[in-house]
Each structure stands twice: as C-alpha cells, then as structure tokens.
Ligand binder design. Structure first.
Ligand code: PXG
Length: 441
C-alpha cells in the first residue's frame, strides 16, 4: 500500500464554518502552532491571541499539564461506552466541577459542545416539568440577539437573524424577549450599564401573552457574547430571576462564554449573585483543547427524574462522546491549571487595568461605543453606509497583518484574551488595535 499522500495547498475540500470561504481561500490565514498567549502563522509570524481562540482557551495555549493529561489518557483508556458504563475520570470530573458551581448546582450532564449543552438544557426543562405532572409547560423563551449555538433548539431560542432566517420554522412554541442594548443611554459604560433593568419586565409581557402555565424555561446569556458583547444593565438579571420564580419558570444561564473565569469569578452566576436552575458550559471547560460541553442542574431537577423502576433509563438523552475519557482528562488537567494559577479569579484583578486600556480607544475614528466586563471588551464601530460588517472585517484583517487576533461580529470588535494575559500584553493588544482603528476608512 502506498503511504497516504498529504495534499497541500488545496483549500477547496474543507467547507469552513462561519467563514467567508471564498475570501479566505483567496487569502488564507493559517496558524501552525501556539504557545501561551501567541499563535504562529504559516509564514512564521507571531500573533497575539486577543480572543482566546473562540472565547475558549482560557488557560492559554499548549499548556504542558493539559497536553500531558491528554497524552496519558489516550494511551491508557481511549474510549469507554458512555451509556450503561462508566470510567473513573467522568465521576472525578463531575465531582470537581460541582464544587466550583454555585451552591445547589449539584449534577452535571456531559455533552461535546455548547450547542449540545443548550439542546440538553432545553430538553431537560421540558422533561422536568412533564415528570412533575406539568407537561403543559412546553414553551421556551429566548432573547433577541441571543446566541445559543447552532442546533435547532439553539437557533430557535437564539435571536440573531442571519443564524435563523435560512432554516425554516425551527422549534415551535418559542418566543423572545427584547435585548438590552441601548447606546442612547449607556454608550461608553465601564462595567455594568446604569440603565435598562426595566427591560426585564418584557418577560412579564411575554408571560401575560402566553400564560405562565405554558412556559417551561427562559434561556439567557448573562453577558451576551457572539452578538457583540451586550453587558446586562445593573439589576436586570436579578429581576429576570425574580420573575421566573414568581411564575414557576426555570431559568437557564448559558455560560458557554462566561463560564470558567471570564468575569473574574468561576461563573457569571457568582459574579451577579444570581443562581439559575440550569447552566450550560463548554469552551473553557477544557480550555478549548478537546471538545466538551456540559449542563449543570440543581438537585431538585435531577431528583425529579430519579423515579420509576430502577432498571429503567431515566432520561432518554445523551451522546456517544458524553464524558469521553480523553475530554475528561483534558478537563481535569485544565481545572488543575486554573487552580494552581488562580485563573478563575485572575480576571477580577486585571479588570480595572483592562477597562482603562480598552476605554483609552475612545475618540478614535468611527468608534461609537466601548464596553467591558471582567476580561471581556468590545469596540463598536459605525457601519459603513450600505456595507454593514465591512469596516469591522477590514479591522480584523488589518489586525491580523499587524500580529493581533480579534473577533468581529457585525461592526463590533470583541476581545476576550486568555486569562493568563500580562499587563504588558494588554498594552500590546490595545496599542495594535488603536493603530488599526486609526487607519480605517
Ligand atoms: N452558547 C453560547 C453562549 C455561545 O457563545 C454556544 C452556545 C455554542 O457553543 P458551540 O461549542 O456549539 O460552538 C456558544 C458559542 C464568537 C463565537 O466569536 C462564539 C461562539 C462560537 C464561535 C464563535 O462570538 N459561541
């Protein structure tokens, strides 16, 4: 048999996700290695990671503790069936994770991505009510501009029009409350915006329309990420929680971005002092190294399922790779790094410096807002008339040429560096971004 041929320079076969395929293939941007805060490109340039990959590499890149955990696990136990069988690391990981979660969130269901974690949470909410004899609660409520991944469940409760409009009717029985973005009152807020807690009352409007007895759950990103970093107004999440409690509706926090230290606390639930009933995570759970996601559930939700004959499966849901041993090893290694280096709280120490740094970009051409929380930042640009997204995409390309990776969505630049970033690297990031913004048409 011939040795397999490595096809180089042929970019056609790979249909790239969420990518301008034709633009990319005409001007490829390839990373070939990464270490700590930097990527290296195919042409040997160093690129500062301003986005922790896609909001996931919270511990930085190619950390030896995580790499070794994966190598060791692949050699010792590569795979074990996830249904009706177990392996010790799945239970070790679950036990360690629930020590980190807010009190009462005592159970974990493993998935392989944030989208699957969201699907799992939506299904859990529906099945929970049914198990308690309240099967009339079939509606799911999301928010305008919300992002909950790309499964049919996630796009149905999500509120980003381009992610929804091509895909038919999606799930039925879904409604949305309004988003909280309000530049007229909150532009250039540092941290939590002052105005807009009353937007939570929009949930009462939707409840009045459908009746609470038909609503299973509300799903919310505590800080909306993908839509361009929308930071909740002061008091907003507390009011959402109170309204859910009043009407017996489950509250799901989608913490795929905010989980694992992004705000300077292990979870956004800790930051805001608001505990959901279900919580979804992914990304930072393995620092992005191996795909993994999870749903956390409060004890009473898990217990509502633990009924009927003991030999019966309680929840007809799961994935071939739920709690995959290599993913579990990666997650355990990641938690070790987070713990040893204090990374789950490091963003709190850096937040004031980070805020000063990114707000120093105020006044540069086309900048209509700057916002921040924890180690998240966003710079919103005035769109070019008739060409939405183009100005920010140009900034992305220019930043890459200057050695900085940023993310753009619409005309918003989002920043979320690994939690190991130094102050000197924050300076570097902001200086490069400022240089880019100065050159934008
Ligand atoms: N929920 C939230 C809140 C997310 O941010 C998902 C679910 C889906 O996770 P998966 O693992 O299925 O992709 C996400 C994902 C960006 C960006 O640049 C954000 C995500 C993914 C890719 C890019 O904003 N978030």
């Amino acid at each position: 048999m011939n040795a397999p041929t490595r096809v180089t320079n042929n970019l056609e076969a790979f249909w790239m996700p969420f990518t301008a395929n034709r633009q990319f293939k005409a001007n490829p941007r390839m990373f070939v290695s990464a270490k700590d805060m930097h990527y290296t490109t195919a042409d040997g340039r160093s690129v500062l990671d301003g986005t922790a990959g896609l909001w996931c590499c919270n511990a930085g890149h190619s950390r030896p503790r995580i790499v070794e955990a994966i190598q060791h696990q692949a050699a010792e136990l590569d795979y074990a069936p996830a249904f009706q069988m177990g392996h010790p690391k799945a239970f070790d990981l679950a036990s360690r994770l629930v020590q980190l979660t807010p009190p009462g969130m005592d159970h974990v269901f493993f998935t392989n991505s944030g989208s699957e974690a969201v699907d799992t949470a939506l299904k859990t909410a529906l099945a929970y009510h049914r198990a308690r004899g309240e099967g009339s609660r079939f509606r799911l409520i999301g928010r305008e501009r919300g992002y909950h991944g790309v499964g049919f469940g996630g796009i149905s409760v999500g509120g980003i029009v381009s992610n929804r409009k091509m895909f038919g009717t999606m799930l039925t029985g879904v409604d949305h409350i309004r988003h909280t973005h309000d530049l007229s009152r909150n532009a250039f807020s540092r941290g939590l915006p002052e105005f807009g807690a009353e937007y939570a009352e929009d949930l009462e409007r939707v409840i009045a329309l459908h009746d609470a007895s038909t609503i299973a759950a509300v799903i919310i990103e505590p800080v909306a990420g993908s839509t361009g970093v929308l930071i909740p107004p002061k008091g907003y999440l507390e009011r959402i929680r109170a309204i859910c409690d009043k009407h017996g509706i489950l509250l799901i926090f989608d913490e795929v971005i905010t989980g694992f230290g992004r705000l300077g606390t292990p979870f956004a639930a800790d930051y805001f002092g608001v505990t959901p009933d279900l919580m979804t995570v992914a990304k930072g759970i393995t620092s992005g190294v191996i795909p993994m996601g999870a749903m956390f559930a409060k004890k009473h939700i898990y217990e509502a399922f633990m009924q009927g004959p003991e030999h019966m499966i309680e929840f007809f849901h799961g994935y071939t790779y739920s709690a995959n041993p290599v993913a579990c090893a990666a997650a355990l290694g990641t938690l070790d790094v987070y713990q040893e280096e204090g990374l789950l709280t490091r963003a709190a120490e850096l937040a004031p410096y980070w805020a000063d740094a990114i707000h120093s970009l105020k006044g540069l051409p086309h900048v209509i807002d700057i916002r921040n929380l924890g180690l998240i930042g966003a710079v919103e640009l005035e769109p070019i008339q008739g060409q939405p997204t183009k100005r920010a995409f140009t900034a992305f390309l220019k930043a890459y040429d200057k050695g900085l990776l940023i993310r753009t969505t619409g005309d918003i630049i989002a920043l979320s560096p690994p939690l190991i970033i130094s102050k000197a690297e924050i300076d570097d990031l902001v200086t490069t971004l400022g240089d880019v913004l100065k050159t934008l048409d």
